[in-house]
Design a protein around this ligand. Structure first.
Ligand SMILES: [Zn+2]
Length: 87
């Protein structure tokens, strides 16, 4: 039924379909998100967020499957937001 998952441009691993919460301003049901804990984008994000905001957080690569726009999805732990991954 489903097409193959798109791959993350940062780590080349398949991304997950992540179900958008109602409070986010997107029209799609889901976006691609890289949940690879070894992804360099996510790994570097911990250091960047610490320097910018002085608290532990990072972000994961997110891509809109309709518009193809992408951006960071902020997370506060390795487990954060995984409950919204579509199975
Ligand atoms: Zn990645």
């Amino acid at each position: 039924m489903s097409e193959p998952n798109e791959r993350c441009p940062h780590c080349d691993q398949p991304m997950e379909r992540w179900v958008i919460p109602d409070e986010l301003p997107f029209d799609e049901e889901w976006h691609w998100v890289c949940f690879n804990d070894d992804c360099p984008y996510y790994v570097k994000g911990w250091k960047w967020m610490e320097e910018q905001f002085g608290r532990p957080a990072s972000y994961r690569h997110r891509k809109n499957p309709t518009s193809k726009e992408y951006g960071p999805l902020a997370v506060w732990s390795a487990q954060a937001l995984r409950d919204r991954i579509m199975r």
